[in-house]
Each structure stands twice: as structure tokens, then as C-alpha cells.
Design a protein around this ligand. Structure first.
Ligand SMILES: NC(=O)c1ccc[n+]([C@@H]2O[C@H](COP(=O)([O-])OP(=O)(O)OC[C@H]3O[C@@H](n4cnc5c(N)ncnc54)[C@H](O)[C@@H]3O)[C@@H](O)[C@H]2O)c1
Length: 416
């Protein structure tokens, strides 16, 4: 290992390990734009080459323009871990390791740090940004302190929403949790380059703040989905109910609409919290049953309504959220799996997710008997379904029948 003190001037102000990822790249770009000498260090060779070339490896609103301005100037990208040794601050934002039971894997994180140990020095500051199982920051800090006494560790959770990162990095408060005043101060100085609003917590509190937030979101979606299923089962139009519940009524502000609640974070973090609470987080498990059960509910409803076995189904939108190309843990794939068994055929389309097997939207509409909206992409707001049945939990597609009913009620003075 290199002795401390051999680095009078570091080449980089900050190294982002996992910096080619969905959470890592926006903050790398933002720091580089703030004048920090920033280096992305990532094992994904393809993404690193794209970034070094000034190309975004995925969709993120507003990121491409800033990337093209900073690349080769204040932003560099490499797969070579040597840059870790050449950096003052190291931010770690690799994917949260979970095992096959969706339980967090402490060992994987410690193994990661063991792997980068040859590049670490006592004077460096480690910022953990991956969402971690509560207690991980303490474990990582103990592990590092035994080997490099004096190295400083802080947990600084990522709380932005994909697709809004370039805006939210500057508008959301940043939570910082650490041990020594000096480390916390150094971390705050880095984040103050992005946002003015800094909150300080203890590491366990910050870890819980992050997974409580994601679990709470996941539960909110579950309530909406459960209400949707109850209404639908009784033949009531949930979206009309929803509209009346949320219209000019502050207490339901923030009540989300129904839809597939998936993606790489909410489900995993709810299950992490469940494991941390020693399986007493019953609300979390219930939310998981509701949200993960929604594709099956839709298929059962379709079976009641149509001769599904004789019909071909087209799924529109395979990403896990609107206007995104991120299909990680998207429930559209679970829906496709169920429909492969229950329908005469199933095919998919998505304007952003690349897959050779997907059809163009027009071809899919021609081919299918029924269309199901899997992700509420903006593109579907003007969808012309050409008379095909549309199953739309999100209420994204214009509904002529609803418009007629409303026009009728308006004419009769029943609606304002
Ligand atoms: N995506 C989000 O909006 C978001 C929001 C909040 C929290 N998070 C958290 O951020 C973390 C990362 O999530 P993500 O969505 O960016 O995942 P991602 O898969 O998009 O990015 C992770 C990156 O880490 C890289 N990586 C993995 N192991 C590595 C290693 N040993 N050395 C160098 N690079 C390595 C991968 O190649 C990848 O580019 C997770 O803990 C997640 O829970 C993400």
C-alpha cells in the first residue's frame, strides 16, 4: 500500500465509484459542472467509453448537454481503479447488494472495500451513497478504521428521482451523517457546491431516513393499487372516484394514482426494512403483496371480460416508470410472463427501452386485439388505439367514453 503523505496534490477532487450508473453519473456531471476535478470509476466498460466520448449511456433529462460541456475538462471516466488513489474524496454509489432472498448482503459491501483497499489512504474521505442496510455505515467504518486509522467515512444518501436528477441535485436537501467533525465538514463542503440545504443526522438515522422514505412511497402506491382493485372488482370506475377524492381537497394531496410500483429501489428497500425489523414490518409485506399482485389482478380481470385465450395482447411500455428507458424490475415483464400462459400471444413495445424483440407501436396496435399500458409514457397520451380495447390502470390514454359522460353531465349542469 502507498504510504500516506505521498500525495501533496491529488489529481482529482472527487472519484465516483459506480459513477457510470443511474445515480452516480448525474452527480458526477453536477460536480464537474461546479468545477470539481471529477473522475468516474466504473467496471462497466461500455458505459465508461460512452461517457468518455461525451455520450449519456441512459436517458436523464438535462444531463447530456452538461456532460458534453464538462467531459475531458473537469470530468473523466475510466475503469482503472488507480484513480481512487489519486482522489481526495471517494463517493461510492454501486448497486446495493441483496441476496436471492432479497436480504441485504453486508459481506458484498465489505468485500468491495477489501478490493479497493490498496488504493485507499488515511487522509481520504469516503462518502457512501448507495442505499445500505441499516448499520452498514458503522460496519464499513469499523472495517476501514482497523486497516487505515483516521480515514473518514460519511453516509450521504441519494434521494433524487431518476429523470429529475439534474434538477433535484440542486433543489433537494442533502442528508449527511458521519463520525468526526472534520469528515462531516468536508462532506458538507462538497455537497454545498450543489445545494444549500444540508441536514445532519447520525449514520443509523440517515440510513433509516432513506429506507423509511422509499418504504413509505411503496406503501402509498400499494394503497392506491388496493383501492383500484377493490373498485374494479365491484365495477366502479376508480379514476372517477380518484378525481373526486383529490379535487380541491388538501388532505388527499399527494395521494398517488394506481400503477405498477416497481423499479430497482422501492421494493428492495421495503424488503430491506422488513429484514431490519426482523420481519415485523407487516405493512411492508402487505404492500409487496398488493403491488406485486397487480399484474395478476389485471390478467384475471381481462379473463373475466374477454376470451383471453383467443386474443393477442400488446403491452405498451416496458420501462418501470414514465418517460424512462430503465426497465429494471419493471412489472410489465411480470405481466408479459403471465400473458404468455393465459393469452393467445403477447408482444411488447417501448419508445425508450431497446430490445430487438419489441415491435414498433403502430405494428403492435395492428397486431394485437387488446392493448395494456405497462408504463405511462407521455407518448401514449395521444394514443390512437384504432378501436382496440385498452386496459389502462394509469389513466394515461384519452378515454372517449369518459369524455362523453362528462360532457353529458356538464350539459345537464351536474358537473362544474
Ligand atoms: N437510480 C436512482 O435513482 C437511485 C435513487 C436513490 C438511491 N439509489 C441507490 O444508488 C445505488 C446505485 O443505484 P443505480 O440505480 O445507480 O444502479 P446502477 O446499476 O445504474 O449503477 C451502479 C453502477 O455501479 C457500477 N459498479 C458495480 N460494482 C462496481 C465496482 N465494484 N466498481 C466500480 N463500479 C461498480 C455498475 O457498473 C453501475 O454502473 C443503489 O444503492 C441504489 O439503491 C439509486
Amino acid at each position: 500500500m502507498l504510504p500516506p503523505g505521498d500525495f501533496p496534490l491529488n489529481k482529482f477532487d472527487i472519484c465516483i465509484i459506480g459513477g457510470a450508473g443511474r445515480a452516480g453519473l448525474p452527480i458526477s456531471i453536477a460536480w464537474a459542472a461546479a468545477g470539481q476535478r471529477t473522475v468516474v470509476c466504473d467496471i462497466n466498460e461500455k458505459s465508461v467509453a460512452q461517457i468518455a466520448n461525451g455520450e449519456m449511456p441512459f436517458r436523464e433529462a438535462g444531463a447530456a448537454d452538461v456532460l458534453s460541456e464538462v467531459v475531458g475538462r473537469t470530468l473523466h471516466a475510466t475503469t482503472d481503479p488507480q484513480v481512487i488513489a489519486e482522489s481526495d474524496v471517494i463517493l461510492v454509489v454501486i448497486g446495493t447488494p441483496v441476496d436471492e432472498f432479497l436480504n441485504p448482503s453486508y459481506e458484498a459491501m465489505l468485500l468491495f472495500f477489501e478490493g479497493i483497499l490498496p488504493y485507499l489512504r488515511q487522509e481520504q474521505l469516503i462518502l457512501l451513497r448507495s442505499t445500505v442496510f441499516p448499520g452498514s455505515t458503522d460496519a464499513i467504518r469499523d472495517f476501514l478504521h482497523q486497516r487505515l486509522p483516521g480515514i473518514q467515512v460519511c453516509f450521504c444518501p441519494e434521494r433524487i428521482a431518476e429523470g429529475k436528477a439534474m434538477e433535484e441535485l440542486h433543489t433537494l436537501p442533502q442528508i449527511i451523517a458521519g463520525y468526526e467533525e472534520n469528515g462531516v465538514r468536508r462532506a458538507a463542503q462538497k455537497f454545498q457546491l450543489l445545494t444549500r440545504d444540508i441536514l445532519f443526522l447520525k449514520p443509523l438515522e440517515a440510513e433509516l431516513a432513506k429506507i423509511f422514505t422509499n418504504s413509505w412511497r411503496y406503501l402509498q402506491f400499494a394503497i392506491a393499487n388496493q383501492f383500484y382493485m377493490i373498485a374494479e372488482e365491484y365495477g366502479a370506475d376508480f379514476h372517477r372516484i380518484y378525481k373526486s377524492m383529490t379535487h380541491n381537497y388538501r388532505r388527499t394531496a399527494g395521494f398517488p394514482g394506481p400503477g405498477f410500483a416497481a423499479g430497482p429501489c422501492l421494493f428492495k428497500d421495503t424488503m430491506q426494512l422488513s429484514a431490519f425489523a426482523r420481519n415485523t414490518f407487516f405493512l411492508g409485506h402487505s404492500a409487496m403483496l398488493v403491488n406485486e399482485g397487480l399484474p395478476d389482478f389485471l390478467v384475471r380481470e381481462m379473463k373475466k371480460k374477454y376470451k383471453l385465450r383467443k386474443m393477442k395482447v400488446g403491452i405498451l411500455g416496458m420501462a418501470f416508470k414514465a418517460d424512462s428507458d430503465d426497465n429494471r424490475q419493471s412489472l410489465s415483464y411480470k405481466l408479459r410472463k403471465l400473458l404468455r400462459i393465459e393469452a393467445a400471444g403477447v408482444a411488447c413495445s417501448d419508445p425508450y427501452v431497446e430490445d430487438e424483440a419489441f415491435l414498433q407501436l403502430d405494428d403492435l396496435i395492428d397486431w394485437a386485439d387488446i392493448l395494456v399500458i405497462g408504463a405511462p409514457h407521455r407518448d401514449y397520451r395521444q394514443l390512437d388505439s384504432r378501436g382496440k380495447e385498452v386496459v389502462d390502470i394509469w389513466n394515461v390514454v384519452p378515454r372517449p367514453a369518459m369524455a362523453d359522460a362528462e360532457a353529458f353531465a356538464l350539459k345537464d349542469g351536474l358537473l362544474t
